[in-house]
Write a protein that binds this ligand. Structure first.
Ligand code: CUA
Length: 331
């Protein structure tokens, strides 16, 4: 019956379904990711060649000519098939791969953006001055944002990666390979997107309970749109008066969060000055809507187990809604 065909179809489709879209190393949209993909196919080719020769020899000596070999013939087989061939193939792959490095190490000609891996979200700062220490000093310095990184297309942007406590790994499969965010040092990742679009990123190093919910978005736009975006992010919040901001301050949200233009200047959690302009909240977890913000304030640990933010479920619903409405409006 058709379940066999369905199962066979699913079996064939599942591996391929991971090969396209906004978070796939098989669907590159940047110079570095394209190189990584080429490297993968060539390495795979080399591995398949070695595998075929070794398996071919095994079949040859066990099935085709299973008789005893002279010591000399056996030694020849081992030296050529087991030593020389793999060494030549692996050395060829190694030097070919090393030849890619100068191209990938070309210096940046675009913006410098600091990104710090936090538990469990990404602190972002635009227009930072390059140089070590900048990520550890973050904040202050740069124009703060979180969980969404805008990049100009066709330019080599430099991402300075750090972390205050545990190791994370910054990975946007469509744009570049992984790079660790390590406490006490600054790693540099230069990447050059070649296509505009929205790409998903993830933390690729186990960092704690909410590791799997530590995502982010990368939005690649034209150079002009990038400049306009950073200018808009630098501005203070659009609305700084009303019940929303009053309740935000009264209930202690400002101890952890900043909303520039208001007295809220907490540095523990994400900067919320323009949280409404970001497409997701809680590290790529939920679309940014007032309903989702209210749900997250009411019970963050329920939506994102392991999150550091405490629950505010004891607040009256109307207060949570007023805060969420205000935050959602901050574009
Ligand atoms: Cu951060 Cu895993």
């Amino acid at each position: 019956m058709s379940w066999r065909r369905t199962a066979a179809g699913l079996g064939a489709a599942l591996p391929l379904s991971a090969c396209a879209g906004a978070q796939s190393a098989f669907d590159p949209a940047g110079v570095e990711a394209a190189r990584v993909l080429t490297l993968f196919w060539v390495m795979l080719g080399g591995a398949v060649a070695i595998w075929l020769v070794v398996i071919g020899f095994s079949i040859f000596v066990t099935k085709v000519r299973p008789q005893a070999y002279s010591e000399k013939a056996g030694l020849r087989l081992i030296i050529w098939g087991g030593c020389v061939f793999p060494t030549v193939v692996l050395a060829g792959l190694l030097f070919w791969g090393l030849g890619m490095l100068p191209e990938l190490r070309r210096p940046a000609d675009g913006p410098t953006i600091a990104v710090s891996g936090e538990r469990f979200w990404w602190r972002v700062a635009y227009d930072v001055e390059g140089g070590p220490g900048v990520v550890r000093n973050l904040p202050p310095g740069g124009i703060p944002s979180a969980n969404e990184i805008w990049l100009p297309v066709g330019q080599r942007s430099e991402i300075l990666l750090g972390s205050p406590d545990v190791i994370h790994s910054f990975w946007v499969p469509s744009l570049a390979g992984k790079m660790d965010a390590i406490p006490g040092r600054v790693n540099r990742l230069v990447l050059e997107p070649t296509e505009t679009g929205i790409y998903n990123g993830a933390c690729a190093e186990f960092c704690g309970t909410a590791h799997a919910m530590m995502g982010f978005r990368v939005v690649v736009v034209s150079k002009g749109d990038y400049a306009a975006y950073v200018r808009a992010q630098a501005a203070p919040a659009a609305v700084i008066e009303g019940p929303g901001p009053e309740l935000f301050l009264k209930n202690g949200c400002a101890a952890c969060h900043s909303v520039r233009g208001t007295p809220a200047d907490g540095q523990v959690g994400p900067d919320l000055t323009h949280v409404g302009s970001r497409s997701t909240i809680a590290g790529g977890l939920l679309p940014t809507t007032a309903e989702n913000i209210a749900a997250f304030i009411g019970s963050p640990n329920h939506l994102k187990p392991g999150v550091e933010m405490p629950s505010f479920g004891m607040l009256p619903e109307a207060e949570v809604e007023a805060i969420a409405q205000w935050l959602g409006s901050l574009e």
